[in-house]
Design a binder for this molecule. Sequence first.
Ligand SMILES: [Zn+2]
Length: 472
Amino acid sequence: MITEIRNGTVIAWNGTEHFVIDPGVVVFSGNEITFVGANFDGYSDSIIDATGRIVMPGLINCHLHVTDTPFTQGYLEDIGDKGPAGSATNLVSLYKVLPEVRHATDPNAQVAAAECAFAELARTGSTTVVELGYDYEIGGNGDISATERVAEVAGRLGLRCYSGPRYRTRHYGQNSDGSIFYKDYPNKGRSRFDVCAEFCEQWNGRFDDRLRTMLAPGQVDTCDAELLKETRRIGDSLKIPIQLHAGQSPNEFRRVGKTEERTTVEYLEECGLLGPDFIIGHGQIMSGDGDMYSMASHEVAVLRDSETTICHLPWVKARRGGVINSIQKYKDLGIRQSLGTDTFPFDLFNDMRMAAVVCKIVEHAADAAPSEDVFAMATTGGANALGRADLGRLAPGCRADIVLVRVDTPKAAPVYDPFKFLVLSANGEDVDRVIVDGTTIVKDGTLQTLDVPAAVHRLNEASKRVWKRLDL
Ligand SMILES: [Zn+2]
């Protein structure tokens, strides 16, 4: 089956960067792109008319959690707390509210949440989603069944998904005086680690290879060195990527310094994690003051030369009163970057805009974080981190993961520069059609692979029992 998408403004790939062909043609056969250019005179079985549409690569949403997010909505925002000196620490949402909300969920509620989250991800143009599961917090000592059910939802909806069930040595929480405690799991979480590794081996490549797996140790301050070194060993043997939460808070940076007698980057290097297949989720506080230029030169060099990727989550950071300082600095230091939504809303257009604007504010410079750079973070940046030269770009040989965005609207016209429109003006509601692996899963702005009203009903029913259990 050969399909030709014609008459659109095409964001094509020249091997180094995205560029515009207007009007352009994209042709795919089965799940593979076979032609991108200005004129196509070959045969096609069907034609998609993209008049009034930008035709772009599907977005790579490199870090998110689908199972708890809807239940944190309304609990997690607009709250902060103060340290002993009276300054804001903003620890309470991360160390207290989030764990409590997660404990209030149950496996069926998690699956109901995942359905709606995946539906929103697909609807808003994220064709590849990296889901980091947390069912270790409620699933007991090693239960992996919730992870399996969630992976099946992603597969059923037609998304390309990387599933990373998390494990860790210890958990954390907040004491009533505001201080943070850490407590080891029985057997330091090793039985959970074993089932996660087994899941990664058995599920990698399912759903016609749209489902891939990832090793996901919890956070840099909740994993001991032995667990992280074992993670690297298993990651190398299974040839799958690894993602770890790090750089989330000043508390975390101080904790690593105290327990490991190293900086966060030095600890990750010591554990052998850094590399082109390794993603640092968050990456906001990688130095004592959160300024990238405060990192020692050997830390910068090892992050850059190892080709480690930082996955930024600008909307969640901003909502909690923080900023990444800054994505322009990361770029100037030569460190690879990608983008994710982390939680709600799951609209990566929102995070592209936040990434750009927050950086301009931090740098006091309108020309910081130009749209082409931010668009690359949300496409090739994520694809490269996953080791996927066949994703995040429109070129022959790549997977047919293609998104059409409406520009025949008052807000879009005139489109002089598609990158600036996509990053600084568009949002997920402008997405018209989403094609993953050659199959259309969103048409005329409507998800084709799920009864969405029924899924919303299931989530609302689940939320009633989750909220009943919460006493915050
Ligand atoms: Zn996260």
